[in-house]
Design a binder for this molecule. Structure first.
Ligand SMILES: [Zn+2]
Length: 175
């Protein structure tokens, strides 16, 4: 990393710390959210007897006339998430950062969850701003958001993700 980049990263980190201080909560609860912003994806971890998770949804806005758009990232941070309801069953392949093999898992199509504390971060690539907002639960997610919630809650409650590995599939040559 070049000196200029290091300075910018430090500056970003200082501003990040200031925003967190303004929210008046222990710094460590924001870790999954900061990981989602810096490295992408969903994250979960247990810290000082708190269960923490961040789940990311993506929303692409596209102007058909100008043929240009952007993908908003909506990242939800939950402190001690509690599952209120799950609807439906979707069979799908998932890969976890802990494990290289893709697995067949079952996920709900819709989930409703609450948390002791919820923050929504909206990362806007157009304005290059990250908006933070405290939300009151419960919140519902469908599709990929629901799969993300279910995956991270499975990590928080059971550590490992259970599923059927890709090598149990069979190739079929079609005529
Ligand atoms: Zn995982």
């Amino acid at each position: 990393m070049k000196e200029e980049q290091i300075k910018k990263l430090l500056n970003f980190t200082i501003k990040e710390n200031n925003v967190i201080k303004a929210l008046k909560l222990p710094q460590e609860i924001f870790l999954p959210l900061l990981f989602s912003i810096r490295y992408g994806g969903d994250w979960s971890l247990k810290k000082n007897s708190k269960k923490l998770m961040s789940v990311k949804e993506k929303l692409t806005k596209y102007d058909e006339n100008k043929k240009v758009g952007y993908t908003l990232e909506l990242i939800y941070l939950f402190v001690n998430p509690t599952l209120i309801s799950e609807i439906g069953k979707i069979y799908r392949m998932e890969k976890c950062s802990n494990n290289n093999e893709r697995k067949l898992v079952e996920r709900p199509y819709k989930v409703t969850i609450d948390g002791e504390y919820i923050i929504k971060a909206t990362l806007d690539p157009k304005s290059m701003k990250i908006f933070l907002k405290h939300l009151k639960g419960p919140l519902s997610f469908t599709g990929s958001g629901a799969y993300g919630v279910s995956h991270e809650i499975e990590h928080l409650n059971h550590d490992k993700i259970k599923g059927i590995p890709f090598y149990d599939f069979e190739y079929v040559l079609e005529e």
